[in-house]
Design a protein around this ligand. Structure first.
Ligand code: NAI
Ligand code: A1CAB
Length: 280
């Protein structure tokens, strides 16, 4: 799907691994088309290469620099160092995709003005090709670049092209989203145990219930609220359970979680956007 193009990863952490795992299993790329580098942690690089069949010689910063597409997957705090070290090496025909939360595309463009940048916000479900990814392009990113990014992320889930101003909300909702679900599952596991089930049984029941409910909603024309009502018999067990979720204001907790995460992304963005201005 992306032909013989090479993809280079700067950063070999959780998000890089999720993307690598997804694109290899989707068959969009062969392992030997992937190049990767990581700061300091050689063991981590070795582990990723072993797991995904990436040839040992591809763990090479020089090769990553030569890749057709470079995916920057380091924490926002490490972006500056990456741009310092790598900035001079990016070349005009390259497409650079950043998955860093909160870093505006203009920040990259101010530092390096000859390269097409795309900001992407996937999530770790890329691993299993079920990511929800949003992308937006910088000023030099043309439709061919967006199409290329679209094809990469489409292979590992759903892709939405959004205006950059929406990226913080995307980050707070679906970028961080898997963590909210894992947290709910952790809580439900504990609940199952307190209700008398073993951890294994509780986990199996919850997982199947989540997958079933998600699939039902996905396939149905009905709203979540309607499906919820169909589970809730008057005076029954679900009503008793939901009463507690309302008493402890679970809805408000979820809303605040997403808004707080969105604001955190905005804070990071402001930090970098203001730095762009002072450099003008
Ligand atoms: N983990 C997640 O669920 C998601 C993360 N992201 C974004 O992806 C980026 C990476 O996040 P994670 O993978 O979770 O972080 P991580 O900490 O697991 O991985 C980052 C990796 O980058 C390496 N690194 C740091 N500086 C480097 C440099 N100068 N050159 C090469 N490698 C360097 C670190 O050694 C580390 O292995 C972040 O910007 C985050 O906002 C986006 C969506 C979801
Ligand atoms: O927690 C974070 O900052 C990253 C961005 C989205 C998910 N993880």
């Amino acid at each position: 799907m992306i032909g013989d193009k090479k993809i280079g990863f700067i950063g070999a952490g959780a998000m890089a691994e999720a993307i690598i795992s997804g694109i290899i299993s989707a068959g969009v790329i062969k392992s030997d088309q992937i190049f990767i580098t990581n700061r300091k942690n050689q063991e981590r690089l070795d582990q990723i290469c072993r797991t995904y069949g990436i040839p040992a010689e591809n763990k090479n910063a020089h090769h990553v620099r030569q890749a057709d597409i470079v995916i920057i997957a380091v924490k926002p705090k490490d972006i500056d160092l990456v741009l310092q070290i790598w900035g001079a090496h990016f070349f005009a025909e390259q497409l650079v995709i950043s998955v860093a939360a909160g870093i505006p595309v203009t920040y990259f463009e101010k530092k390096i003005d000859r390269v097409a940048f795309i900001r992407a916000m996937p999530n770790t479900a890329s691993h299993v090709r079920l990511s929800a990814t949003a992308i937006c392009g910088g000023t030099l990113a043309n439709s061919r670049d967006l199409d290329l990014a679209h094809r990469i992320f489409c292979a590992i889930g759903k892709v939405l092209v959004v205006k950059e101003e929406l990226m913080d909300a995307v980050t707070g909702l679906s970028g961080s989203g898997p963590a909210y679900f894992f947290y709910m599952i952790e809580s439900l596991e504990q609940a199952g145990i307190e209700a008398g089930l073993s951890r294994d049984v509780a986990k199996e029941l919850i997982l199947q219930t989540f997958m079933g409910a998600a699939q039902m909603l996905y396939m149905s024309q009905k709203e979540a609220s309607q499906l919820r009502q169909e589970v809730t018999s008057p005076g029954g067990t679900t009503m008793a359970g939901l009463e507690m979720l309302n008493r402890y204001d679970m809805k408000e907790a979820m809303i605040q979680a997403v808004l707080h995460a969105t604001n955190r992304s905005k804070e990071i963005e402001k930090l970098y956007a203001s730095e762009c201005k002072t450099e003008e």
